[in-house]
Ligand binder design. Structure first.
Ligand code: G6Q
Length: 557
């Protein structure tokens, strides 16, 4: 069914949305639902290993849940997942299989693309990564002047940066002392030079992470990094100070990197799904290969769950369905991702790409225009920083913003350092839990008036303040409560989000694995570069032409 709105479940959900909107119009619906149904949390939460998924604070009634599960059936979520893990070419617009799930399958069985088992190659690269990482971390890998490596600099952008940078930051307690891993992505020279300012060429290794090895930003950074190294240590040093993660051996070799230090992956690994491939090498340098394989195992656990759990008990499917409920039936446009763990400070940026690049589309699989909203606007910050920034809008703004709260019961630092670092972690968790409660329950006018009275504020002063202090509540949240932020738990969490995004693509009948929308800007930038240097002139709208002329004037002044 090309038009997703034609299905019975979709249409029944549209009717249900009128009933739910009527409930919301009465005010404080979630409070009522929780008090009328004491089993709501018990019935709605799901578990996978140590992860607890609680969607009970979403604006979902039992009937909506039932219909969402029917929608999953109608849209074929389960067969779509089966087709993906079987290696079928589900990335239709690029004619490719989508098999990042194979990268984290350490079970020893075959996984096929076009009839060919890809696992021998996957295992060979993992073995090559292990050998390299072990040599680097033990100091056996020496730089050109026979010193061990102290700093690893990953040069990559988009999918070749965000996943590894997020995972490296998340797993800081697992880092090896004395070995630092940096990420440089922006073509702004300040990013590279700011990073190199502190480093010594003799003890620095560059990892050029680029699937295509043609990406402008990454190659500009790689050339400048090579010039920095060669300037200090000579051309011969490149072999000991550069590695590449790529599918393009010819370009790697043309750049001058020894192919023994090239770690391959394949076209069936999408950029934003490549953390699990050789693109994870910088993560493995930071945390070691055993921990990296634990990350893969955690993701594999989520893969099996996504594939095997019935829809009603399937965490990524439920996340996807509830997200679609918010987006398509309640008209909510965004999603806040709010990790209550500083180590997850790059998670919102990572999920922005994973979600918005996958599902920010308006063309159906068959090439028509979607007549229904698709991917939400994703943003976020770690709690509690966000609380002191944009939560005002979450609580009282004119837009209702659904939010995912990610809480971690045990502080990774307390475990790693073997002391509880005061009561920081209780403060953090209390804040996260309190925010979800506040967004659910809000505060009525009567409650505000009572509080003001208790504080001795009455009469006109109270009357004037009451409307400002009302919280309408009914702001939907999901809580994902983790036990500890281990590599396994992180892998599980990330894979759950990946599968949620995949399921939503199926619900919306769009291709989640291409990214044509990033091309036009790149194309135009190629033409504008020479114009800024005065080598060519182009045909632009008056604004762009005026700005190009102004930039030239200022740079030539
Ligand atoms: C991700 C995108 C994109 C890609 C970067 C880097 O899905 O395809 O973010 O990862 O453009 O590409 P390269 O790895 O080829 O340099």
């Amino acid at each position: 069914m090309a038009d997703v709105r034609e299905g019975q479940a979709w249409q029944a959900l549209e009717k249900q949305s009128l009933l739910v909107r009527a409930e919301l119009a009465k005010g404080y619906a979630l409070r009522r639902w929780f008090s009328e149904d004491p089993g709501r949390f018990e019935r709605m939460h799901l578990r996978l290993g140590e992860l607890l998924f609680d969607p009970s604070k979403q604006l979902v009634t039992p009937e909506v849940s039932r219909l969402l599960n029917a929608l999953a059936e109608e849209r074929g979520l389960a067969p779509a997942m089966a087709a993906m893990v079987k290696g079928e070419p589900i990335n239709l617009t690029e004619g490719r299989a989508v098999l990042h799930t194979a990268l984290r399958d350490l079970s020893g069985g075959p996984r096929r693309v076009g009839g060919q088992d890809v696992m021998p190659d996957v295992r060979a690269v993992l073995a090559q990564m292990r050998e390299f990482v072990t040599a680097l971390r033990s100091g056996a890998w020496r730089g050109a002047t026979d010193l061990p490596i102290r700093d690893v600099v990953n040069l990559g952008i988009g999918g070749s940066d965000l996943g590894p940078a997020m995972a490296t930051a998340a797993l800081q307690p697992y880092w090896q002392a004395g070995l630092r891993v940096h990420y440089v992505s922006n073509v702004d020279g300040a990013h590279l030079h700011g990073t190199l300012a502190d480093l010594q060429p003799e003890t620095t290794l560059f990892i050029v992470a680029s699937k295509t090895f043609t990406t402008q930003e990454t190659l500009a950074n790689a050339h400048s990094a090579r010039a920095w190294l060669v300037g200090a240590l000579g051309q011969g040093a490149v072999a000991r100070h550069f590695a590449a993660l790529s599918t393009n051996a010819k370009a790697v070799s043309d750049f001058g990197i020894d192919l023994r230090q090239m770690f391959a992956f394949w076209d069936w690994v999408g950029g934003r799904y490549s953390l699990w491939s050789a693109i994870g090498l910088s993560v493995a340098c930071a945390i070691g290969m055993d921990a990296f394989e634990d990350l893969l195992r955690g993701a594999h656990e989520a893969d099996r769950h996504a594939l095997e759990a019935p829809i009603a008990a399937n965490i990524p499917a439920q996340m996807a369905l509830i997200g679609a409920w918010n987006r398509n039936f309640l008209g909510l446009q965004s999603l806040a991702v709010l990790p209550y763990d500083q180590s997850l400070h790059r998670l919102p940026a990572y999920l922005q790409q994973a979600d918005m690049e996958s599902n920010g589309k308006t063309t159906t699989q068959s090439g028509d225009r979607t007549q229904w909203p698709t991917g939400p606007i994703v943003f976020g910050e770690p709690g509690t920083n966000g609380q002191h920034a944009f939560y005002q809008l979450l609580h009282q703004g004119s837009d209702v913003v659904p939010a995912d709260f990610i809480l971690v019961a045990h502080s990774a630092w307390a475990t790693a350092l073997n002391h509880p670092i005061g009561d920081h972690h209780e403060l953090l968790l209390a804040n996260g839990l309190a925010q979800t409660e506040a967004l659910l329950r809000g505060k009525t006018a009567d409650e505000v008036a009572h509080e003001l009275q208790q504080a001795g504020i009455v009469g006109d002063a109270a009357k004037a303040l009451v409307p400002h202090k009302i919280f309408t509540g009914d702001r939907p949240t999901t809580t994902l409560l983790m036990g500890r932020l281990t590599p396994h738990a992180l892998g599980r969490l990330i894979a759950i989000y990946e599968h949620k995004i995949f399921f939503q693509g199926i619900l919306w009948n769009i291709c989640s694995f291409d990214q044509w929308g990033v091309e036009l800007g790149k194309q135009l930038a190629k033409a504008i570069g020479p114009e800024l240097r005065g080598e060519t002139s182009g045909d632009h709208d008056a604004s762009t032409a005026g700005l190009i002329a102004e930039v030239r004037r200022r740079r030539n002044a």
